[in-house]
Design a protein around this ligand. Structure first.
Ligand SMILES: O=C(O)CCC(=O)C(=O)O
Ligand SMILES: [Fe+2]
Length: 244
């Protein structure tokens, strides 16, 4: 995977709809990758990455404790000492006024990593799906939104859900969002921590190497509602989760 990427839409190579987003994505950990220009970007990106990584790792600890586990349990299970971190800037120009799929900056998806921090520039547009409706994640000045990713849903055996979300553009205002995301390293096999097995039901997900999870999603058309099925354990109807 290229460590610095620019593009539009979701995965330009497989999208068949043009979405109103342009992005710059940088892999910043374990190694900082940054375009050479503008010259001051490197220092800003280094500081932003380090500070937000620290915050994201603290959140992983708090989430572990919220489930009655030792604070370091999730970090240990996912080997977060060598986590993978990306920062991402999204630019959504004002809506295109021609025919087609209007106003959707970024289509419905769940984040594939572990945790994302979303900072919005003052124009809202992030929506979260709940019970079949889209709810606006109304801006809270100076605050981040935290989005649980697919790997968090897997490692917590479904206790934390990776919400389906999208970004819309409306009116004639340009919008920007900045994300900092952590994920397990590529070779980590992500599976639910055994303490979170539900009584008599076993584990909801099988272990999948993070590299394979990403590869699967980057070569398949986006279907937000099915993203996690790649790792979900499927059982014959009426059978308990585990027969062994
Ligand atoms: O622009 C936003 O508010 C959300 C962006 C997002 O969900 C993403 O880049 O994964
Ligand atoms: Fe997202």
């Amino acid at each position: 995977m290229a460590p610095i990427r620019i593009g539009s839409g979701f995965y330009a190579a497989i999208d068949d709809v043009r979405y109103l987003r342009t992005y710059l994505k940088m892999l910043v950990h374990p190694e900082l990758h940054c375009p050479a220009k503008p010259a001051k970007l490197r220092d800003v990106a280094a500081e932003y990455s380090a500070k937000t990584r620290e915050l994201l790792l603290q959140l992983a600890r708090a989430i572990s404790e919220s489930l009655g586990l030792d604070g370091g349990r999730i970090s240990k299970a996912l080997n977060l000492g060598s986590c993978f971190q990306m920062i991402l800037g999204n630019l959504y120009p004002p809506p295109y006024s021609g025919p087609g799929d209007l106003g959707i900056g970024l289509p419905a998806h769940s984040d594939q990593g572990l945790l994302s921090l979303v900072f919005q520039d003052g124009v809202d547009g992030l929506q979260i799906e709940r019970d079949g409706h889209w709810i606006l994640a109304k801006l809270l000045p100076g605050a981040f939104f935290v989005i649980a990713g697919d790997q968090l849903e897997i490692v917590t055996n479904g206790r934390y859900k990776a919400p389906i979300h999208r970004a819309v553009v409306h009116g004639d205002q340009q919008r920007m969002s900045f994300l900092s995301m952590i994920a397990p390293s590529m070779d980590t096999v992500v599976e639910p921590v055994s303490e979170l097995e539900r009584e008599g039901k076993g584990l909801e997900f099988r272990g999948v190497k993070f590299r394979d999870y990403l590869a699967h999603h980057q070569t398949n058309k986006l279907d937000a509602n099915k993203a996690l099925n790649f790792a979900r354990v499927t059982r014959p109807a009426g059978r308990p989760y585990r027969t062994a």
